[in-house]
Every structure is written in structure tokens, then in C-alpha cells.
Design a protein around this ligand. Structure first.
Ligand SMILES: Cc1ncc(COP(=O)(O)O)c(C=O)c1O
Length: 396
């Protein structure tokens, strides 16, 4: 399917198995055990007084600052993505917010893609505005022309590619080239691609954020975020993360580290299911448009092919115009596609989304309802049969 398939598969598949298994000796146990900890006892006063030695950030000195379980998880995520280092936080939204606040001060200006995840936008509109930080949304397809929007006080460009709900692919290298020229920090929400299918640091991105809640944990039972930084951006991220008192539960860190071992395999399966469903849907009269960058007809396909190493299982379709009741009959009657927002688990999902409600820099009008689909790991034939029955209800 994909030009980079064989080499990427080999290297990342191996890295997903080996990364983050080295922090301490666990008596030969394969998975890093769950360390529940707040207080850490020191053998003597000298050791206690030297506990903040900056030379070793993975020293176990207080539960808040990390345990062997969370340190191994951070190392695995950083290695998979190719960043200098990583930190885990309580949710994907916390990763977004802490990354932004690591670089922004009152009076600064931030450029945010108009297609970002809705709560990223709410944080910018409410909290950054309270802090007198100017928020300006830009067309996600702007590419290198983002230079025209840079002001003397622009500190950060925030990207998300493909965009939430609408899946526009951004020209990330063109944007990071402009950012580097103007000494502006770039932060990318890389949740859709995961550290496997887009390598932000090879494309000039400074900071990558993830909703670990999605594919990285992968089983719809963990809330977590991660921030991965280049060496140059690391000090600001590390300092701010500490100030926000962020840590994750050890059971969640364990579950996520275990899930990462199968991430390459799971993600290829989601990719395969997603592309197969998208192709099937593209052939249906009920579907006006399929928004999936891996389909050759998609406007973002050329950029996706150039920069990405694969496609995850999340995409949207736009239906031909139908009554609300017909759409409710279709969606409420599905048996395999769940009606749920948080994707990246093994199960399929299908929800109505309303992209135009969030936009300000661009408009996104479509005559029919947009539906966002997460392709899970059920049998493809069963998923298609479920959708086929749904279309029969839509048409009834
Ligand atoms: C692209 C993207 N980024 C960030 C988040 C936020 O993650 P969380 O739900 O873990 O806060 C989400 C959640 O849906 C998302 O889809």
C-alpha cells in the first residue's frame, strides 16, 4: 500500500518491542512492573540532599516525578517517534495545553490550524485569551504562505495533520521551514498518525503531542497524553511540566507500555480496515464524499504519500442530503459501530460531526451530514454488512 512499508515496518516493529525495557533490572520479568509510589526512601542524608541532581532525570525521587514504569513508557514513546525525550501527562488535552504554555507568555501571538481538535480550540479561545495571548486561526492548507501571518510577537505555530473531523493534510515541512526562519516554535498534534506513521522531528517540528488515550494505549480504557520534544525545545517543556504537577497512574502506564508492543501490528490492521471501508463507502450512492488522505482521489493524498508512513483507521464521510430522522435510523441501528467519541481502541465507531461549528478562518459547508468513522479490528465483511443494513434504513 505504501512506499515506505517494508523498512519502516522492520525498524519500528523492532523498536516497539525493545524500546523502554532498560531502566532497571526487573529480575527477568518481560514487562516493566507496576510501581505504585509517592514517597521514596533514601539510604542517607547525602543521597536525600542530592536527589534533584540534574544529571539524571530518570532518578526515582518522588512519585510525582516518575517511577520506573512511567520512565520506561516515556523512553519507548520518545524512541518510537525519534524525539530527544518525552513526558506523559493526564490526558491528550493536558499535553496540548502544557506544550502551548511552555512557550507562550502574555502579549505573545500564536497561529493555530483552523482544523484542530475542538477542545484545543476552546483552550486557546478561553485560557490563552485570559492570559492576553493573541490567538489567530489559519487555513490548514496555507503551507509556506503562513509566512504572511507571522508577526513580531508570534511565538508558536500549532499544527494538527490530518485535521480533526475533516482530515486536511498540512504541508508540515513548508510550515516548519518558515517557523525556523522566524524562530517560531512548532507544536504538532500527531495523535492520528501516532509516532509510527509520521515522524515529526524529521520534518522540522519542535514538539509533538499525543492523546495516548487513542492508539498508543489502544484499548479504550486509559486516559493519558504525551509530549515529545526536540533537544532544543526540551528544557522549556520539562520545566513547565514539573510546574503543572502532572503524573500518570502506574496501572495506566503499565497498560500503555504493554499496548505499545503491539502498536505496529494493530496500526497496520486499522490502516487496512480503514482503507477498505473508505473504498467501499466511496462506491455507494448514499456517500457524497470520503475524507481519507490515503485514497488517491483525496485532495491531501499527494502530501500524505510524500510525508506519512501509513494511515490510521480514522476518517470521515459526507452523506448525500437526507432527513435527520433517516440519519438517526441509520446510525442508531448499527450493531458493530458504536456511538462514541474517543477512537483508537479495537472497536469500530461512527458518530455525526459538525466541523463547520468550529471554524473561523475557513468555512466548511457541505449539504449532507458528516460522519466520522473509526475502523476497528472486527471482520471487514461484518462491518460492511452492518453499514449496508444502515444504508437500507437510511433509504427506507
Ligand atoms: C486529535 C486529538 N487531540 C487531542 C485529543 C485529546 O485527548 P484526550 O481525550 O486524551 O484529552 C483528542 C481527543 O479526542 C484528539 O482527537
Amino acid at each position: 500500500m505504501n512506499k515506505n512499508d517494508p523498512p519502516n515496518k522492520t525498524q519500528d516493529a523492532t523498536r516497539a518491542i525493545t524500546a523502554g525495557r532498560s531502566s532497571v533490572d526487573h529480575h527477568g520479568v518481560v514487562n516493566t512492573p507496576v510501581y505504585h509510589a509517592s514517597t521514596i526512601l533514601h539510604p542517607n542524608v547525602e543521597s536525600f540532599e542530592q536527589r534533584h541532581d540534574p544529571g539524571n532525570r530518570r532518578r526515582v525521587i518522588y512519585g510525582l516525578l516518575g517511577t520506573p514504569t512511567s520512565f520506561d513508557l516515556e523512553e519507548a514513546i520518545a524512541q518510537l517517534e525519534g524525539g530527544h525525550d518525552a513526558l506523559v501527562v493526564s490526558s491528550g488535552l493536558a499535553a496540548v495545553n502544557i506544550a502551548l504554555l511552555s512557550f507562550l507568555r502574555p502579549g505573545d501571538h500564536v497561529l493555530v490550524a483552523d482544523s484542530v481538535y475542538a477542545w484545543t480550540r476552546t483552550f486557546c479561545d478561553q485560557k490563552l485569551a485570559d492570559l492576553n495571548i493573541g490567538v489567530e486561526y489559519y487555513d490548514p492548507l496555507i503551507g509556506g504562505a503562513i509566512e504572511t501571518l507571522i508577526k513580531p510577537n508570534t511565538r508558536v505555530i500549532f499544527l494538527e495533520s490530518p485535521g480533526s473531523y475533516t482530515f486536511e493534510v498540512q504541508d508540515i515541512p513548508a510550515i516548519t521551514r518558515v517557523a525556523q526562519k522566524h524562530k517560531v516554535t512548532t507544536i504538532l498534534d500527531n495523535t492520528w498518525a501516532t509516532p509510527l506513521f509520521f515522524k515529526p522531528f524529521d520534518h522540522g517540528v519542535d514538539v509533538s503531542v499525543h492523546a495516548v488515550t487513542k492508539y498508543l494505549s489502544g484499548h479504550s480504557d486509559v486516559m493519558m497524553g504525551a509530549i515529545v520534544a526536540s533537544e532544543a525545545a526540551w528544557a522549556d517543556i520539562y520545566r513547565t511540566h514539573k510546574l503543572f504537577g502532572q503524573c500518570v497512574g502506574p496501572d495506566d502506564a503499565y497498560a500503555t507500555l504493554r499496548a505499545i508492543r503491539t502498536l505496529p501490528t494493530r496500526l497496520r490492521a486499522h490502516e487496512h480496515q480503514g482503507i477498505a471501508l473508505a473504498n467501499w463507502l466511496a462506491g455507494r450512492d448514499e456517500v457524497a464524499e470520503v475524507l481519507h488522505p490515503a485514497l488517491p482521489g483525496d485532495p491531501g493524498h499527494a502530501l500524505w504519500r510524500r510525508d506519512f508512513l501509513g494511515a490510521s483507521g480514522l476518517f470521515s464521510i459526507v452523506l448525500a442530503p437526507r432527513s435527520r430522522q433517516a440519519i438517526l435510523d441509520m446510525v442508531n441501528g448499527l450493531s458493530l459501530f458504536g456511538i462514541g467519541a474517543s477512537w483508537g481502541g479495537y472497536e469500530s465507531l461512527l458518530i455525526p460531526v459538525y466541523p463547520n461549528q468550529y471554524r473561523t478562518a475557513t468555512s466548511w459547508h457541505r449539504a449532507g451530514q458528516t460522519l466520522r468513522i473509526h475502523a476497528g479490528l472486527e471482520s471487514l465483511d461484518d462491518l460492511i454488512a452492518d453499514l449496508e443494513a444502515g444504508f437500507a434504513r437510511l433509504n427506507a
